[in-house]
Ligand binder design. Structure first.
Ligand SMILES: [Zn+2]
Length: 289
């Protein structure tokens, strides 16, 4: 058998390449797979937890679809069209792979129809999963034609975190009593994805309600909280006071390409005719708690 002498430099290069290849292939092969009627779930460890997630996902699917106005028999997301759920083993690997800000506990990718989160994120099954599923189902329903305000989408997603509804309301009551709410106008233009929790800068926003027009200062952390709480509160106000049918009709208007203000008016008039009427009635509703 001939002996092949490999120069030292090449040996080193080969060694590095083989290490890199083994890292890559082990990362890819570490994903294990479970599937159900509407989902394929990828996980690295904890099969028990993963199958619980899959069961829950099927339950949420039925509830969210009906809340958003899908007909009972519109069986979307089947076979090759199933949604994918990825559960990373920890927060670090989730952030590295998704590039999400550190306060994010999960994300939905509309194009790939994927939900991504991580193991050990305490509230994954009860909160993150229904939240991210709502993002996907909502976008399936309204599409990308209309101008969908981000707060509305976040509000609906949080509304589907059913068990947290009361907690959101209590928190918001405290912020309202301290005059720390931002106006609906401000909510509409704010892109919360650019706010980082650890920001030490205080941001100037405008209080909604009696002191409307007065500036308040919020840390990045508080601004994220206020934004999400207000979003879910406005959605819960619309659904609890005016019912699901009107809300579905608002979503349908957005799907047709109407602006939020026009879709709002056509779904709620004569009870609500404009954004500022919505804001005033919502603040009135909040004061009752
Ligand atoms: Zn969200």
């Amino acid at each position: 058998m001939p002996i092949i002498v490999v120069p030292k430099k090449i040996t080193l290069l080969l060694l590095i390449l083989s290490i890199l290849c083994s890292i890559n292939s082990s990362a890819a092969s570490d994903w294990k797979e479970l599937s159900s009627e509407h989902f394929i779930l990828y996980y690295m460890n904890d099969e028990n937890f993963s199958s619980q997630v899959l069961n829950k996902a099927e339950n949420y699917y039925q509830r969210i679809a009906s809340d958003l106005g899908y007909a009972r028999n519109s069986n979307f997301w089947t076979w090759n069209n199933r949604a994918k759920i990825y559960i990373y083993p920890d927060h670090g690997s989730f952030m590295r792979s998704t590039g999400q800000p550190d306060w994010s506990k999960g994300m939905a990718d509309y194009n790939k129809k994927e939900i991504v989160s991580f193991l050990g994120s305490g509230s994954f099954v009860e909160s993150i999963l229904p939240h991210e599923m709502t993002h996907l189902i909502f976008r399936d329903f309204v599409g990308f034609k209309g101008e969908i305000p981000l707060w509305l989408e976040e509000g609906i997603a949080q509304w589907e975190e059913e068990k947290d509804r009361e907690m959101f309301r209590d928190y918001l009551g405290k912020y309202l009593s301290k005059n720390l709410l931002i106006s609906l106008e401000e909510l509409n233009v704010l892109d919360i994805r650019n706010i980082k929790k650890e920001d030490r800068l205080y941001l100037r926003v405008i209080y909604a309600g009696e002191s409307k027009g007065f500036p308040v200062f919020l840390s990045g952390d508080n601004l994220v909280k206020v934004y999400y709480m207000e979003s879910v509160s406005i959605v819960s106000f619309l659904i609890e006071i005016y019912g699901t049918d009107s809300f579905v009709s608002l979503c349908r208007g957005l799907r047709e390409g109407k602006t939020f203000a026009d879709a709002l008016k056509s779904a709620y008039s004569p009870l609500i005719n404009s954004m500022s009427e919505l804001e005033n009635k919502w603040i009135e509703y909040l004061r009752k708690f």
